[in-house]
Ligand binder design. Structure first.
Ligand SMILES: [Fe+2]
Length: 213
């Protein structure tokens, strides 16, 4: 009796493809104090409102850095920035929003200097070349578009719930709010959703000198 090995080989290949690879979510070796992060967040939302990035639903941003002396650099479209998306059945990629000169966002906004975020910013900017540093809000039961960004992003979850996941390519991951720092490969197509009933709050920084293989 002869054995047709082609099917066996094919099955093996399929199995390989089923192994999830989390290399687009890279946990960093630094950790911050989650209680202090949550306190700092409470402190700033007492006086600051989230910017809706030029009218984006279920999204909000508070910029912690700006172009030196330029209060307009943290508002509207500049609180969101350029991305690419595939909006319809054609699968054709289109570009949205405006380009941002990330490296110009070098000034930590003086209003937040007396919060724990200043300490976090100082540590992060000693380790990475940062662009904009923002506090991002994702409202309950909402999602972003399926999109890619110009550069990787650093995430520090501040408030989250088990229904908050980031999806990169076809791999999904929950990042817990425990003071951990992650760098995610946002140059690949990705999304983030909040399937819980409370706001999701992350500190998100654009990272200009981090390479994924
Ligand atoms: Fe993104």
């Amino acid at each position: 009796m002869t054995t047709d090995t082609r099917n066996i080989v094919n099955l093996d290949l399929k199995k390989d493809q089923q192994i999830l690879n989390f290399s687009d979510f890279q946990k960093q070796s630094i950790k911050f104090d989650i209680t202090k992060l949550q306190e700092a967040y409470k402190q700033i939302v007492q006086t600051k409102k989230f910017d809706d990035g030029g009218g984006i639903s279920h999204f909000g941003a508070i910029c912690l850095t700006r172009i030196p002396g330029d209060p307009e650099s943290v508002k509207g479209h500049k609180a969101r920035g350029v991305y690419w998306t595939k909006p319809d059945k054609s699968g054709k990629e289109v570009v949205r929003d405006i380009s941002i000169d990330e490296s110009a966002y070098s000034e930590f906004i003086p209003d937040y200097e007396n919060t724990y975020f200043k300490e976090v910013f100082d540590v992060l900017s000693s380790k990475y070349k940062l662009g904009r540093v923002r506090i991002l809000l994702k409202e309950p039961r909402s999602t972003l578009s399926w999109h890619r960004d110009p550069e990787p992003r650093l995430h520090i979850p501040i408030i989250t719930n088990p229904g908050c996941l980031m999806v990169i390519d076809n791999v999904a991951k929950h990042m817990p709010a425990d003071g951990s720092v992650w760098i995610t490969n946002n140059t690949k197509y990705h999304n983030a959703f909040n399937g819980g009933e409370e706001n999701r709050i992350h500190l998100v920084a654009c990272v200009l000198d981090y390479k994924f293989n």
